[in-house]
Design a protein around this ligand. Structure first.
Ligand code: KIV
Ligand code: ZN
Length: 521
């Protein structure tokens, strides 16, 4: 519900573009569609759905997200090049409300790469923004590395972009270099100095290299910015971006000192945060603001006592406001399919009959092994089931012998392209032995970049969610799986990542083009 007494701030989510750009966070096509749908459903104003020229996959995702969109503005990114802008327009044009976002690096360091003089770059901005505006009446322009660009030159380029038809001017702190007071000062001075500044929306796009992204974004809003660019869980290059959940909850909770409203339904935050964590393979740290597992957990006696008497003693937000039900899950091994469907609906997961059937089989297996099945268990099952689209490799059975006094042994049976094959390998621990056995039956040159285990629920019968990230010839794929047996979850996650690499090899030969920001000449 919008509060008329407050200024409206537009939320621009770039999880599917800047977020997906973080190494290893690649999402499948169906995962991108799902996240876009959740973003729109939660009330995000603008969704940056991808970088259409970067790959065929990026183009298709932006195209389909645009076609399915209803209310949200769908935006694609394009460098300051005519072919980029044309490709971007092709991808977004069928959206109910399309936007082209074009950018160029304006700081001395970024100007030096394409070797453009200040005047040449100014001409390029005029030419490309004019071209974009001839295609689309909603154009966003960004001077990349704005916070390290000479102020006078920054004003000059922004004025050119506004005159050429840009409707939103985004000020990126590309390397997370600025600080809150400076961020506010920059926006205030730009708005005061540039002719025509009052006819466009100023946006803030902050990276988190010094841990100040959210503070910098909020300071920019206080100084006049009216669009915040952010990602779910703060996903993004290096240390990530401003986190959507942080800015939205900060504005909601501290409306007394920051009287700004967003259109976001905050009760959808927790669900989308979990989905993004699972599909991207970037688990949320336990103590992360708003969405971390401990954000609403109180362990010390004093805190628990205070909470029981009055929740406000130690909580500045209600868990319900971010979508935590606080209720325990009454699902167990006697529950039927209807109860599971109702629970999924409750968790915001919409599945078809066939998917429900698969999830139900896994749920029953889990309920047989585990006393209590929590919401997190169910969500982990959904992700693991949905991740199983690509099935060139399938584990038939796995037995592991391990313990003190010797190497671990993995005895594995797998189907590779429909053919049964097996291996018996030894290793330094059960996971090492298992991965060696997988590599024996399916020789490949994928390099293991990340192996991460998280217990999603509590107790010794907790489900472990395992994320595996592999790299092969520049292609990166992540796989996830959840099981009460950590070794089984590890094997499935590894196979899941190999399946994704297999699909990429088969579909495109190569995937994402080596696209770089600097390639603008
Ligand atoms: O960080 C950045 O500068 C960007 C631009 C492309 C807006 O992501
Ligand atoms: Zn960025």
């Amino acid at each position: 519900m919008t509060d008329q007494s407050k200024d409206r701030v537009f939320i621009f989510d770039t999880t599917l573009r800047d977020g997906e750009q973080s190494p290893g966070a690649t999402m499948t096509h169906s995962e991108k569609l799902e996240i876009a749908e959740l973003l729109e459903d939660m009330g995000v104003d603008i969704i940056e759905a991808g970088f259409p020229i970067a790959s065929e996959g990026d183009f298709k995702a932006v195209y389909e997200i645009a076609q399915r969109s209803k209310e949200a503005v769908i935006c694609g990114l394009a460098r300051a090049q005519i072919p980029d802008i044309d490709r971007c327009w092709e991808a977004v044009r069928h959206a109910a409300r399309p936007r082209i976002h074009t950018f160029i690096g304006t700081s001395p360091l970024h100007r030096a790469i394409p070797n453009l003089t200040m005047d040449e770059m100014a001409d390029r901005i005029h030419e490309t923004v004019t071209h974009a505006r001839n295609l689309c009446d909603n154009v966003q322009w960004s001077p990349m590395d704005a916070t390290r660009t000479e102020f006078d030159y920054l004003c000059r380029t922004i004025e050119i972009a506004i005159k050429a038809g840009a409707t939103t001017i985004n000020i990126p702190d590309t390397v997370g270099y600025t600080a809150p007071r400076e961020s506010a000062e920059l926006i205030r001075r730009l708005i005061e100095t540039i002719p025509g500044a009052d006819e466009v929306i100023f946006a803030t796009h902050c990276h988190n290299d010094l841990g100040m992204a959210t503070a910098n974004s909020l300071a920019a809003v206080e100084a006049g910015a009216r669009q915040i660019e952010c990602t779910i869980n703060g996903l993004g290059e290096r240390a990530g971006n401003t986190a959507l959940e942080e800015v939205v909850m900060a504005l909601k909770t501290r409306g007394d000192i920051m009287p700004f409203d967003t259109g976001v339904d905050t009760r959808k935050i927790m669900h989308i945060s979990r989905r993004v964590a699972t599909v991207s393979g970037f688990a949320v740290q336990f103590n992360k603001a708003i969405v971390g597992k401990n954000a609403f957990a109180h362990e010390s006696g004093i805190h628990q006592d205070g909470m029981l008497k009055n929740a406000e003693t130690f909580e500045i937000m209600r868990p319900e406001d971010v979508g935590l039900s606080g209720t325990s899950l009454p699902l167990g091994k006697h529950s039927g399919r209807a109860a599971l469907r109702a629970k999924l609906k409750d968790l915001g997961v919409d599945v078809g009959d066939n998917q429900l059937k698969d999830i139900f089989v896994r749920f029953k297996e889990l309920a047989d092994r585990k006393k209590e099945v929590f919401d997190e268990d169910i969500l982990a099952l959904v992700t693991a089931t949905m991740a199983g689209d690509a099935d060139h490799l399938e584990i038939v059975s796995l037995k592991v012998v391990c313990g003190t006094g010797g190497p671990a042994e993995a005895i594995l049976e797998m189907e590779v392209g429909g053919q049964e094959t097996s291996a018996d390998e030894y290793g330094d621990g059960p996971v090492d032995a298992t991965f060696k056995a997988i590599r024996k039956v399916y020789p490949n040159k994928a390099r293991l970049q990340l192996y991460q285990v998280n217990a999603v629920t509590e107790g010794t019968d907790a489900q472990a969610t395992v994320s595996v990230r592999l790299e092969e010839d520049g292609n990166i794929a992540t796989g996830q799986s959840a099981d009460t047996d950590t070794v089984v979850a590890s094997a499935r996650a590894y196979v899941n990542a190999l399946n994704r690499l297999h699909v990429r090899r088969g579909k495109t030969g190569t995937d994402r083009k080596e696209i770089s920001y600097k390639d603008v000449s």
